[in-house]
Design a protein around this ligand. Structure first.
Ligand SMILES: Cc1cc2nc3c(=O)[nH]c(=O)nc-3n(C[C@H](O)[C@H](O)[C@H](O)COP(=O)(O)OP(=O)(O)OC[C@H]3O[C@@H](n4cnc5c(N)ncnc54)[C@H](O)[C@@H]3O)c2cc1C
Length: 401
């Protein structure tokens, strides 16, 4: 790298990291400083993983080659596992298999390494599945296909348990019946169980939305167990309180996320999910050379609310972080991050979804109309345009989701 150039390093190539990179390139071009800036994006692999789609029955097209967008904009892609960050020397150490990769030194860092599945205690003892990453979603897919190849021979092979009845668990469990019917149309009966330790499913949803979800679960013949937390998972059995046992070959956990452990490299306040508190410009207090965006960042969307771990917040935060990183490197004023509008769209299986509007998550749209909104989110918002000029236009921090 030329010494005269400033170096912006983006750690993580998910939604926040990808849009940080696009926004930084856009703003550098806008300011006429692109030739004075090196932008490097570091990611575990060469893909933008569309995590919100990993519960889908068909995983085709759920990860996209980062190079398609980075290469035309002259953004360097470095593949490797970031092992540690050393704030005092603005250094990043990482590994790539047996290959020795030199440390990376940054002038400005955008921390966007996201979050990962938080596993409940029982999950460590046995073999459980989840859909946190493309690799894990693929492992689950292969497991289901292997069961189908054997013809789902035992009751355990026909019994499916999803643990966690919040957003992700609900999307997983309502996608399963049609997926399994597609794999084995002649199998007469599968059993689906949804387990939730809270007294109700759909925590965080308003009562009308919860009611709608409950009806949908009944319609799909999914047995709901609230106030239930598995104690152990061993020898193909899920052991519940009162010595109740479920014989099953498939336990899928959806018990929430925890922020990337790299957050620990920086002092300062973190919330119970491990997210780093940032200021209104997404800067880390005490570290003017670091911004944080996406699931690793605890940012306020408005005076009363914090962002949730979601791509709807990670993407705009990335756009603001990329813009601000370039502004800070070239002595311009940064922009504040704000996102007062809050909506969710929960997939509920074939032909159905639920859209909520507002922080209390009351029901707004349901059924095929909501399902069409889900398709629009997937195709037009979550998936970046293939055209670079369109992507740069969408990377503006003023663009709304
Ligand atoms: C099944 C599922 C369904 C979801 N549904 C929705 C939904 O409907 N709507 C919604 O808004 N959100 C949804 N989410 C949440 C959403 O996917 C996340 O909030 C979003 O991905 C966060 O973006 P991010 O860029 O912060 O992190 P990530 O998308 O997690 O990206 C982080 C990136 O950093 C990389 N990385 C991490 N650590 C390292 C390291 N040490 N070294 C190198 N690279 C590293 C990762 O490989 C990854 O590429 C869903 C999530 C899941 C799993």
């Amino acid at each position: 790298m030329e010494k005269s150039k400033k170096h912006l390093v983006i750690a993580g190539g998910g939604f926040a990291g990808f849009w940080s990179a696009m926004s930084a390139a856009r703003h550098a071009l806008e300011l006429g400083v692109r030739d004075h800036l090196t932008i490097t994006l570091v990611n575990r692999d060469e893909y933008l993983g569309l995590r919100p789609r990993f519960y889908e029955a068909d995983l085709t097209g759920t990860r996209l080659p980062l190079r398609n967008w980075l290469a035309p904009l002259g953004i360097e892609l470095v593949i490797g596992e970031i092992a540690s960050l050393i704030p005092a020397s603005r250094r990043m150490e990482f590994v790539n298999g047996s290959r020795v990769v030199p440390d990376i030194i940054y002038d400005q860092l955008i921390l966007a390494t996201g979050s990962r599945q938080a596993y409940p205690d029982f999950a460590e003892r046995g073999r459980v599945f989840d859909v946190d990453t493309f690799a894990k979603a693929t492992t689950l897919d292969q497991h289901l296909r292997a069961l189908a190849t054997k013809g789902f021979p035992t009751p355990a092979s026909r019994t499916f348990v999803v643990v966690g009845a919040s957003f992700t668990g609900l999307e997983i469990v309502t996608a399963l019946p049609s997926k399994l019917e597609g794999l084995a149309p002649s199998i007469p009966r599968f059993a689906f169980h949804l387990m939730e330790r809270a007294p109700e499913i759909g925590q965080g949803y308003a009562p009308d939305a919860r009611q709608y979800i409950t009806k949908r679960l009944q319609h799909l013949s999914i047995s709901v167990h609230t106030g239930q937390e598995p104690l152990r998972h061993e020898n193909g059995q899920l052991i519940l309180a009162d010595n109740l046992r479920l014989l099953t070959d498939t336990v899928i956990v959806a018990t929430g996320f925890t922020a990337s452990p790299l957050a620990a490299a920086f002092g300062g306040p973190r919330d119970r999910l491990g997210r780093l508190a940032v200021d209104a410009f997404l800067r880390l207090p005490g570290h003017p050379e670091v911004l944080a965006a996406g699931d690793i960042s605890l940012a306020k969307t408005d005076p009363d609310h914090y962002a949730v771990m979601s791509c709807q917040h990670a993407m705009p935060q990335g756009r603001v972080a990329g813009h601000n990183a370039v502004s800070l490197l070239f002595h311009k004023d940064p922009l504040p991050y704000a996102q007062p509008r809050y909506r969710t769209c929960l997939d509920l299986g074939p032909g159905d979804a639920l859209v909520t509007a507002g922080w209390e998550r009351p029901m707004k749209t349901i059924g095929p109309e909501a399902k069409a909104i889900k398709a629009e989110i997937i195709n037009q918002w979550v998936t970046p345009p293939t055209d670079i000029a369109d992507t740069l236009a969408m990377a503006s921090p003023m663009a709304t989701l």
